[in-house]
Design a protein around this ligand. Structure first.
Ligand SMILES: C[S@@+](CC[C@H](N)C(=O)[O-])C[C@H]1O[C@@H](n2cnc3c(N)ncnc32)[C@H](O)[C@@H]1O
Length: 341
């Protein structure tokens, strides 16, 4: 069993991202349980490497060691039942994190100390809190206390390092790195497959997609954006085919996945056209170029009722998420599937 610690930045996207990555990679898994910022799945340990490489709203995870009631008595009882011999000859550290103030009456430091003592007594391992061979991590969340051997950690600092304002070409309206990466993941594709962002702007989605090893195509109506996206991709040494064009005429076929943040008719250029028409024409055209059974992750202001539009164009709604941007804008992020012919 694998425990996956998720970001608390959105109530549903982090869980969906895990499912979408694993579905896209054709990795079999069973979702065993879901708690606040924690997901437990039954899967081969290979998922750890995949989630480390691709995650946006995924923090870390590893093999589940124990699940205990939220009490000190229970953690002692469960901790003593564990065979800690896998730590033989290795140093270890225990770190417990509390999610959103759950079970404040239990001290996380006390749990760390108790578990440290239990492990030392039942193995020859030494504590090293700076750089241990094995981190034993725990979370206190709504379902109790979960302990896992931390096998992977997403490099979240890298998202900050490549923030949009750090790129050679910047334009307001670009989504942050984490959300861009999550959009790409939600369209369920894997290395070597063809990815398209038909409203690519500065190339934020293209950068994430190219970093994950997809064959990347970007289209934009605005020449400045196409040139700017080129500069941005070159800056990271990434490959992508960039095309000046309209999303209603897509000059590529056999696409495996699309993720896009089209103009909302607010800050971004629509060249005077109505947003609903732009989306409607794009969805119709995308139906022609996307392979059957594949996905589009797309956003629009909630009042545009993107789900209804997509159904009219023959797609199945896979999932929807809402994200409040500010007082007058709530974005719907919708994943749609082109049905098998
Ligand atoms: C919200 S921005 C995309 C931001 C992008 N995700 C990024 O990383 O910069 C929307 C983009 O759609 C482009 N656009 C507007 N109408 C279009 C159309 N009909 N076909 C293709 N691109 C269009 C705009 O020029 C703008 O760059």
């Amino acid at each position: 069993m694998i425990a996956i610690l998720l970001s608390g930045e959105h109530p549903s996207i982090p869980y969906s991202e895990v499912r979408a990555i694993l579905n896209g990679e054709n990795i079999k898994f069973i979702e065993v349980n879901k708690f606040n910022q924690l997901m437990i799945i039954e899967a081969d340990e290979i998922v750890c490497e995949v989630l480390r490489r691709r995650g946006a709203y995924i923090i870390e995870g590893g093999k589940l060691i124990l699940h205990s009631e939220p009490s000190i008595e229970s953690i002692i009882k469960e901790g003593q039942k564990i065979d800690w011999s896998f730590l033989k000859g290795k140093s270890f550290g225990v770190r417990i994190a509390r999610i959103k103030g759950f079970w404040r009456e239990i001290s996380s430091m006390e749990i760390e100390r108790i578990l440290g003592d239990i492990i030392k007594k039942s193995s020859d391992s030494k504590v090293n809190l700076r750089d241990p061979d094995v981190w034993i991590k725990g979370v206190i969340t709504d379902g109790g206390i979960f302990l896992y051997e931390c096998n992977f950690e997403v490099d979240r600092k890298s998202f900050y390092r490549r923030r949009p304002r750090k790129r050679p070409f910047f334009h307001p309206g670009v989504l942050d790195v984490k959300l861009s990466r999550a959009f790409v993941n939600l369209c369920r594709i894997k290395e070597g497959e063809k990815f398209l962002d038909p409203f690519c702007g500065t190339g934020g989605f293209l950068i994430e997609a190219a970093m994950m090893g997809f064959e990347v195509y970007g289209i934009d109506l605005d020449r400045r954006m196409v040139l700017g996206a080129r500069r941005n991709l070159d800056y990271y040494g990434l490959k992508a085919e960039l095309i000046l064009g309209d999303a209603k005429h897509l000059p590529i076929s056999e696409i495996d996945g699309i993720a896009t943040d089209p103009p909302y008719g607010r800050g971004t250029s629509t060249k005077g056209r109505d947003v609903k028409t732009i989306l409607s024409e794009f969805l119709e055209e995308a139906h022609e170029v996307l392979k059957s059974g594949r996905y589009i992750c797309i956003a629009a202001p909630r009042e545009l009722k993107l789900q209804e539009l997509a159904k009219l164009k023959g797609y199945k709604i896979e999932e929807s998420h809402e994200m409040r941007v500010h007082k007058s804008l709530t974005r719907s992020i919708v994943v749609v599937k082109k049905l098998e012919c």
